[in-house]
Design a protein. Structure first.
Lengths: 288, 288
């Protein structure tokens, strides 16, 4: 595996891959890799000849009171995991290689970014779009794989690719969970043992929603109230930020669930740690 | 010459050019071509194997009270001019081919776009950046040629290419003028004979500034006052919008002209028509 730290070297490598007729898969990450990230690498490897993983904790997508400086980092372990997973290139640029001191360009998404996490994280998705566009131009991949865990990010990136005509196939890969159901996240390392127990409420709430939907409940007001009560009663350590049912492509909130795929997205604080989780629910047609 | 109206066909052609090892030059235009545009094509032809010209009156870069609907159009004449100039592909997409009805991505530039024309045209440069990024992704050129006539646009595009890591060499080509000095512009067709006479004041003011600079005048307050008086006295049909001396790369306004290149940019209304002009002045070191 090649470890690359400069834009110029990454561009040259990508040119070489293209010249050799190789299909380039790309997995952008902020590092501190876990099994979720590795599943994205596997998805890329299944579709492409070479996989590039970027590891870059992007300062522009963190708010001033967020965890940029304490975000967990372990480059050596990340490199070992990438090597073991058959990654061809780990692109690990320093911040100054990516952002000029007088940078002044930002890519804004103005419909899908406003709700869900965007409501409490102003500027977050502009930071995500901007860095992903830069990485797309540097890595020049055929395919890019993103986790369904960050469902809003995935929808926003799909929108950016469409609206800016990026020639990248965006693939969403399923959430990977711990055996007890907790969605894998680099931020799980922040949780104390007690907090980790409380955090299980999120995945259990998703399962509860799926169950209620099979019982023909379609009102999102009713469903949300049920989930909220479930969390308050069983998981008082969870401070809910949102429980929202939306259209998976447009992220438009739903009042009654239509048949077909629906995204149930949750965000909450457990202690100081902000966690998100979601499920793509396949809503069946109502029985007559 | 191929005339292409769909994104898909343009992408396929561009892929073919690349596969054949051809260097692609790109000249984005809003059509109603004149000798200025053709000079950009010649510059592209000098540096590349094939030249793509896009003709697209971009609605997103026009303000609500601007001239989008009456902007002059003559596609047949444009195609003939492109053919005569040896253009390989004219890319002429309809608006719906470029913008989805629910488009929600905009590229914002926040430093260079605020002054000069940006001050009176909010959203203009976001519209320019967005469409140029899209066209870069669709046409995938090695080189893109822009006119120095739109000096602020050229600086903003250079900034976008740098800040988003587009792999396109941006070339600025000199202003082309009518024999009497008027900078060529598709909007000159709006001018009545009397207005056209008045419009000559702009290029004459640029020449006057150059002359004063050779006389060791360096205060932009003094220079601006001189130019303003010159226009008011000799060209009362010119309604000045700005007369500004700036750094050509950062567009930061200057109070005293440093030695080296300085951009003098003018904007004015003549009747209903908004015109711009500029000169890159090479300021000599002061005599001791």
């Amino acid at each position: 595996m090649k470890v690359v730290t400069t834009v110029q070297e990454m561009e040259a490598l990508s040119d070489t891959f293209r010249r050799d007729g190789l299909r380039i898969g790309f997995v952008p990450t902020m590092g501190y890799l876990h099994e979720g990230h590795i599943s994205l690498v596997r998805e890329s490897a299944a579709q492409c000849d070479v996989t590039v993983v970027s590891i870059f904790v992007n300062p522009v997508q963190f708010g001033p009171n967020e965890d940029f400086s304490r975000y967990p980092r372990d480059i050596e372990r990340d490199c070992q995991l990438c090597r073991d997973a058959g990654v061809a290139v780990a692109f690990i640029p320093p911040v100054a290689e990516i952002y000029a001191a007088d940078r002044s360009i930002l890519i804004e998404e103005r419909l899908l970014s406003t709700g869900l996490c965007g409501a409490s994280r102003p500027g977050h998705f502009a930071g995500v779009c901007t860095v992903v566009a830069k990485l797309f131009n540097i890595v020049n991949p055929h395919v890019a794989v993103f986790g369904q865990k960050d469902a809003q990010q995935l929808a926003v990136i799909r929108r950016m690719v469409r609206d800016l005509n990026f020639r990248v196939v965006v693939v969403g890969a399923p959430i990977v969970r711990e055996p007890d159901g907790l969605a894998m996240s680099s931020r799980n390392v922040y949780l104390s043992a007690a907090e980790r127990q409380q955090a299980l409420g999120l995945s259990k709430a998703l399962a509860l929603a799926a169950e209620h939907i099979t019982r023909d409940i379609r009102s999102t007001v009713a469903l949300t109230a049920t989930l909220r009560k479930f969390l308050q009663d069983g998981y008082p350590g969870i401070l809910e930020e949102y429980i929202t049912f939306v259209d998976p492509a447009t992220l438009a909130p739903l009042t009654d669930l239509p048949p077909g795929p629906v995204l149930l997205a949750l965000a909450a604080k457990v202690g100081r740690t902000r966690l998100i989780d979601n499920a793509l629910l396949d809503v069946p047609t109502l029985q007559p």
